[in-house]
Ligand binder design. Structure first.
Ligand SMILES: C[S@@+](CC[C@H](N)C(=O)[O-])C[C@H]1O[C@@H](n2cnc3c(N)ncnc32)[C@H](O)[C@@H]1O
Length: 372
């Protein structure tokens, strides 16, 4: 199994990864697993004291019901949004937080695609997605130095520093295939691509008529250099079944392609992202659909991730989650996450598909147990 990188490697490190023609680099699954294995030790060094939350079930409702940063659409339900890191779960306090920020879409869209080569992603049925290859993604980018850190540590992930968004992970393709197979409806929906990396899930959502799409990644550089360029490069294509005609979109369309007017981009750690997105709208409307691929590799993040779903998902919404069965070395995986979710007794989990080729992978759906 191979993975594509959409950035170029500095000369002295080039030999460590196998080029796949035309500057695209590959890493096989065994390397991915061993890269993950390296992480456990590093993680122990970095993390601030982590005690997994074992809240009694009835505390979950307290947890979710205090003051909103932005008033929420669902304020009448016990699952209302929260605004403090205390409310957002213990991990928020323990992780070395990356402050969240919203990334504006640059006025000059040509600049976003500067130094990028664009290619069509092969092998996707019923959806055409192009991706950028960054020509100059080197360590002198302002703010984050994650490319060289990732390469020099021989790791696809460095906890709290770089969480893997520069490359396209395998389960993204599983979820894309599922969208087609299961005819997942995006039309008119508000969608979050959580831990978006390249943003292919969110891009598919906007191509299939989602009303609004938010992209979130841990790393600011990933949003600026990968997600945003990918969205821009796809937004010039024709919509497949676009139904959005809101007046504000019409207004925005004069200066930007229509799809871009529906998109917002955020970077930062999940608890911080929740606070930011809730406070960014006067009346925050929760997501109908949260799409997330390869985000449950680290059990230390489960509490924050669970709280993010709890805080941001609309009461009749659903999470579509794709994951490998197990992430060797890091310890996370589907069964551990499902157990975590079941113990909290807020969400119902349902296995949608098991892909049993190469590394075993799962597609899971989460919905609120008590939605009415
Ligand atoms: C392994 S990458 C997967 C990227 C992409 N979804 C894919 O399938 O190609 C995991 C993603 O989850 C996000 N992520 C992981 N842990 C996070 C955390 N604690 N806070 C915010 N984002 C996190 C990172 O931004 C990263 O892009």
């Amino acid at each position: 199994m191979t993975f594509q990188f959409n950035f170029t490697i500095e000369g002295h490190l080039e030999n460590e990864i196998t080029p796949l023609g035309d500057g695209v680099l590959t890493l096989d699954s065994s390397k991915e697993s061993s890269a993950l294995e390296n992480r456990k030790g590093k993680q122990k060094d970095r993390k601030c004291s982590t005690e997994q939350s074992d809240l009694p079930q009835n505390h979950l409702w307290e947890y979710a019901s205090v003051g909103n940063a932005g008033a929420s659409q669902d304020t009448d339900t016990p699952l209302s949004a929260t605004n403090s890191s205390e409310d957002l779960g213990p991990c928020a306090k323990q992780l070395c937080l990356t402050v969240a920020k919203e990334h504006a879409v640059p006025k000059d869209l040509k600049k976003v695609l500067e130094n990028k080569a664009i290619e069509m992603l092969p092998g996707l049925q019923h959806v055409n997605i192009s991706v950028v290859k960054n020509i100059l993604l080197k360590e002198n980018f302002p703010g984050e130095n994650i490319v060289s850190k990732s390469l020099s540590s021989h790791s696809d992930l460095i906890p709290g520093v770089y969480e893997g968004g520069l490359k396209i992970w395998e389960c993204t393709f599983d979820l894309l295939a599922y969208f087609t197979k299961a005819r997942v409806k995006f039309s008119g929906k508000k969608v979050l691509d959580l831990g978006c990396g390249s943003g292919l899930l969110g891009i598919t959502a906007f191509k299939r008529g989602a009303k609004e799409i938010h992209f979130q990644d841990y790393n600011s550089l990933v949003i600026d250099e990968v997600t945003l360029p990918n969205v821009v490069s796809n937004s010039t294509l024709e919509d497949e079944e676009n139904e959005g005609n809101e007046p504000d979109i019409k207004r925005c369309r004069k200066s930007k392609p229509q799809e871009l007017c529906k998109c917002r981009f955020f970077s930062g750690e999940w608890a911080e992202f929740c606070k930011l997105v809730l406070s960014s709208e006067k009346l925050f409307v929760k997501y109908d659909l949260i799409l997330t691929s390869e985000t449950i590799y680290n059990p230390d993040y489960y509490s924050t991730l669970h709280q993010t779903f709890l805080t941001l998902l609309g009461k009749n919404g659903r999470v579509l989650l794709a994951s490998k069965a197990h992430y060797f070395g890091v310890g996370g995986g589907v069964h551990l996450f499902q157990k975590f979710v079941e113990e909290r007794n807020v969400f119902e989990t349902r296995t949608l598909e098991i892909i049993d080729e190469g590394l075993k992978r799962f597609l899971i759906e989460l919905t609120f147990k008590y939605s009415s």
